[in-house]
Ligand binder design. Structure first.
Ligand code: ATP
Ligand code: MG
Length: 758
């Protein structure tokens, strides 16, 4: 570090410093992960202010998330040794767009106090329009229209800009018509949606030169992070703003473009030099984040992509551990394994907030949440609800609660009209009034009420129908497993159908979450046990103290770093996702691979990749294939936990030639002790230790027929249970034990699920 330099520049390397001090003219910083792009951009912002090249209010600085904007503001303050007064134009595209639109709303027919609709409002509005225009909403769902309009807006297209072809994808060529109707309706409501925040401003810039010029004058400097993930409308907007002064500095990495599904175009960064001739191009090659092994593994993987610029990365950081690839038997074992490792790291003094689990899909978080709750590990879910807090999960739980506990009014209130049955607020009012009058729980009172003529006949019949269902479900609860009961309820209540009908990605995710819920329930003997478990989970959710392990999607982790990163579920169909495989195109696969690159490069010290040999998908056990990305990792930098020579590739070669992956689909939990399928071979190939596991698995599979008490466990013994953790045996009857668990309270469990603990 050069003592003569201001502190924000002192630790920077030469190319970084160049990007900071080249203040005039366009600058493109195109570099790999962890090379200090964001750090340099932050230093540049500090430099512009410290050198008085611009007031904070004269700099436009775009970050990818609000959190990143907050961090940048703090760092700049730290760099120049004083809090920065006001930096009104530092934020995300949306927040900056919203601020500009407030100032000029009248130019697009809005008032400055316009409201921003959320997705729910937007859908409701579109639904109404579809109904008003006598279109069958089942055939032409509002969500499809919303997606279409969103994509148009992301591309900067107004209704008048559309051609006939684009139109056909909705209601036989009526897409534009609905787009136009929707925009008009929004205007009359003095409202706009997220997409409008930028599109309106772009329209204003295009139609009102004076306004554009005013901003072109104001912004002496423009800075943009994560430029590879800008979409068309953002690009056009920036290009207009930068056209005059051309003091625009963008940073990004073509290998980290992961939002094309939201309209992002990596081409924007690739054509920057054309848009701004004479741009200074800064390449950063030194990585400051990750060990050489992590870097080499990530670089080796991304090499498999054809669509890339290609770049070299190196690091001076000392050698660390190889990237670990761990093959486990199934998802519960995956969660157990990660939990153990985290506990070990914690004992070694690693702060929990330096540990992250990055998943491909939201539903993957459930297994980890359950496990962490059991072992009392603090965690937080970033960028999404905790599993049991999601709307569809709460709905499903509400049904189950009413089945188990007819007096659960809150639960009944949640679902009496979910899915929509035409029972409105009036019905609820009548039910509540009657319940109070007769002093009965809501559901019971409703039954009573349905007998009277206080309700209109239609509502009465619907209500009777629903209550009958509950009677049937309550009987089923006596005989069916909890998981099967849930499946029955989801079908018979119409809940599943409601989600299936609207063919959006979001609904697909909800259905996935519900089958994940069923999967979680497979492990409980009775509905009561399961609901009690959920009660514990929810209780843990309420606690909020101390450091936490982060669980988030890979997408949300962009730009972040952690000492230790766990990447579970690297199996074909999970990651790369089934969707990307079904779409089949090279482009979607390459985007998944970029996501893998982003994921690995979040790790500073250690990166652990896991894949399970068996996963339950829609209630069926299937043996899964390790992700192709696992194989693409360069062997020299990867440590595969393996017991068989040849590793995963050998296994895979065998497998593709001789076996059909789905020949082994079964509803039985696979038994490791006599498995013969590819899952078994794979487990062997990828380091699953059969000797160790056989003991546990044998005892588990024996549970179904053995009823003799185990002779290695007696009353008073301390034991460990997979689900409930440590406890002391208080009673033993045949193969059933009563255990007082340290965390979960007293429970009766089957003895094959516990191991003796010292
Ligand atoms: P990503 O592509 O993941 O967004 P990035 O290129 O933006 O990564 P940064 O997050 O800016 O990289 O930096 C990565 C790490 O390297 C950070 O911990 C940062 O503090 C550190 N770093 C950046 N530049 C230097 C430097 N010149 N000397 C030492 N450490 C640095
Ligand atoms: Mg960055």
């Amino acid at each position: 570090p050069d003592a003569a330099l201001p502190p924000y520049a002192a630790r920077l390397n030469d190319p970084q410093r160049e990007a900071v001090v080249t203040t005039d003219g366009p600058v493109l910083m195109l570099a790999g992960a962890g090379t200090g792009k964001t750090a340099a951009l932050t230093a540049r912002l500090a430099h512009l202010i410290a050198m008085r090249l611009a007031w904070p209010s004269e700099i436009l600085c775009v970050t990818f998330t609000n959190k990143a904007a907050r961090e940048m503001r703090e760092r700049v303050g730290g760099h120049i040794g004083q809090a920065v007064e006001g930096m009104p134009w530092l934020g995300t595209f949306h927040s900056i767009g919203a601020k500009m639109l407030r100032r000029h709303a009248e130019l697009v027919g809005l008032q400055s106090n316009y409201t921003i609709l959320d997705t729910d409002d937007q859908l409701r509005l579109l639904k109404r329009l579809i109904q008003e225009n006598d279109l069958d909403e089942k055939r032409w769902p509002a969500r499809q229209l919303a997606g279409l309009i969103d994509r148009w807006k992301n591309r900067g297209l107004n209704p008048g800009d559309l051609d006939a072809v684009e139109n056909e994808s909705f209601a036989n060529g009526r897409g534009t018509e609905f787009y136009r109707l929707y925009q008009e309706r929004l205007k009359s409501l003095n409202a706009c949606d997220f997409g409008d925040l930028l599109l309106h401003v772009l329209n204003i810039f295009r139609q009102h030169r004076d306004v554009l010029e005013q901003y072109q004058q104001r912004f002496k400097y423009i800075l943009v992070d994560e430029y590879q993930d800008t979409n068309q409308v953002q690009y056009l907007w920036l290009r207009l703003l930068a056209q005059e002064r051309k003091n625009i500095c963008v940073v990004g990495d073509d290998d980290q473009s992961i939002y094309s599904w939201r309209g992002a175009e990596v081409a924007n960064i690739l054509r920057f030099e054309k848009d701004f001739p004479g741009a200074k191009v800064v390449k950063l090659e030194q990585n400051y984040r990750s060990t050489p092994q992590i870097l080499a593994a990530a670089s080796g993987l991304i090499d498999a992509n054809s669509q890339r610029l290609g770049k070299t990365l190196w690091t001076e950081l000392p050698a660390g551990d190889r990237v670990r690839v761990v093959g486990v038997w199934d998802a519960p074992e995956e969660a157990r394994r990660v939990g153990e490792e985290i506990e070990r790291l914690e004992r070694e003094g690693c702060p929990l907030d330096q540990i992250a689990i990055l998943v491909r899909a939201q539903y993957q978080t459930r297994e980890f949440e359950d496990r962490f709750i059991q072992i009392g590990l603090n965690y937080r879910i970033v960028g999404g609800f905790r599993f049991y807090e999601r709307a569809e999960i709460r709905d499903a739980l509400a049904y189950l609660r009413v089945i188990a506990q007819p007096a659960d009014d809150l639960a009944f209130e949640r679902i009496y009209n979910q899915p929509k049955r035409g029972l409105g607020a009036k019905t609820l009012e009548a039910m509540s009034r009657h319940a109070r009058r007769v002093g009965m729980p809501l559901a019971a009172a409703s039954l009573d009420l349905a007998d009277s003529d206080e309700l209109p006949p239609r509502a009465r019949n619907t209500l009777i129908g629903l209550l009958r269902h509950f009677v049937v479900w309550r009987e089923a609860a006596e005989t069916e497993t909890p998981a099967n009961l849930l499946r029955q309820v989801l079908v018979e209540s119409g809940y599943e159908e409601m989600l299936q009908k609207d063919r959006s990605a979001e609904s697909a995710g909800r259905l996935e979450n519900l089958s994940e819920l069923a999967r979680a329930m497979e492990e409980y003997d009775t509905l009561g046990d399961f609901l009690e478990h959920v009660g514990l989970v929810m209780d843990n959710d309420a606690r909020d103290n101390g450091e936490k392990v982060t669980i988030m999607t890979m997408h949300a982790a962009k730009g972040l770093e952690f000492n230790h990163v766990f990447l579970p579920g690297w199996e074909e169909g999970v990651f790369p996702s089934q969707r990307s495989l079904d779409e089949g195109g090279l482009a979607s696969l390459e985007e998944e691979r970029r996501l893998a690159y982003v994921a690995i490069t979040r790790a500073r010290r250690r990166c652990t990749i896991l894949h399970a040999a068996n996963r339950r998908i829609f209630g069926q056990w299937t043996s899964s294939i390790p992700s192709r990305f696992v194989e693409e990792l360069p062997d020299d930098h990867v440590e595969r936990e393996t017991t068989m020579t040849g590793g995963a590739s050998l296994w895979r070669a065998n497998w593709t030639e001789s076996e059909d992956p789905f020949a082994h689909v079964s509803s039985e939990r696979p038994d490791k002790s006599n498995a013969r399928g590819p899952g078994w071979q794979r487990a062997l190939a990828t380091g699953y230790d059969p000797k160790q596991a056989r003991v546990r698995e044998n005892s588990r599979s024996a549970a179904s027929f053995a009823a003799k008490p185990r002779n290695d466990i007696a009353i008073g013994a301390r034991v460990f249970h997979d689900k409930f953790g440590y406890g002391t045996v208080t009673d033993q009857e045949g193969n059933k034990l009563e255990i007082e668990f340290e965390k979960a309270g007293t429970k009766r469990v089957i003895d094959s699920f516990v191991t003796a603990a010292s």
